[in-house]
Design a protein around this ligand. Structure first.
Ligand code: ATP
Length: 204
């Protein structure tokens, strides 16, 4: 049987338990063999909002997934210039694993925005979408299917414990000295402290 590979892209600024819980739930629900976390150095949607430098965001992903055998980091987007388009990443991953089936992991907010991504139809030709939804989701699927009909047969929604953790909130917490504990791993919290990250709004 061909290998089933999950691809979880994000800015991970910083990675947190919302990401990790979504990753284990999606992996289990779709019988994924391994999950590649793919930090984006130049995310097209968020260029102005990035705060942690590339190497710090990558280091925190590595720390957060240590010990989980089925999770790996891919630096594929660090090795390319230009915007970090998911479509290009999937093309490259396919070239390296011609027999594998790819599943793009997304949170519900990312699915809502998906039609505005660069070449969404191309992405759908390369990967199935695996989406972590909230149990009583307010996502307007009819609207999504009207906007991008091709998505309908290429998406699996997986109800996931509702985790209101966001990297934006973690950065705000770090900058004002509020607790990060239980929102991301202790290793990531220590790393943020050791490097004085997110203390101001300047890039660290
Ligand atoms: P920010 O607050 O800086 O926008 P974020 O916490 O949303 O960041 P990203 O790195 O932008 O994190 O997200 C990467 C992926 O993880 C996206 O598909 C997003 O939907 C998903 N995701 C983020 N937070 C959660 C969460 N709490 N539960 C489930 N999925 C999440």
């Amino acid at each position: 049987m061909s290998e089933r590979i999950g691809v979880f892209g994000g800015t991970f600024d910083p990675i947190h338990y919302g990401h990790l819980i979504a990753a284990v739930e999606l992996r289990h629900a779709l019988s994924i063999d391994r999950v590649l976390f793919v930090p984006a150095p130049r995310p097209p949607h968020k260029r102005s909002g990035l705060v942690g430098s590339d190497h710090h965001r990558l280091a925190m992903v590595r720390l957060a997934i240590t010990g989980e055998e089925s999770f790996e980091v891919s630096t594929i987007e660090y090795e390319r210039s230009g915007p970090s388009y998911t479509a290009d990443t999937l093309v490259e991953l396919h070239e390296g694993h011609t027999d594998a089936a790819f599943f793009l992991f997304l949170g519900e907010d990312a699915l809502r925005d998906f039609p505005t991504w660069h070449q969404p139809e191309r992405i759908l030709g390369l990967a199935h979408l695996a989406v972590a939804t909230r149990p009583r989701s307010h996502l307007d699927l009819d609207q999504l299917y009207r906007t991008l009909p091709e998505i309908q047969d290429r998406v699996t929604l997986v109800p996931t414990p509702s985790i209101g953790i966001s990297a934006t909130d973690l950065r705000a917490r770090a900058s004002t000295g509020r607790p990060l504990r239980y929102q991301t791993t202790d290793a990531v919290i220590d790393y943020i402290g050791e490097h004085g990250m997110y203390r101001t709004r300047n890039t660290v």
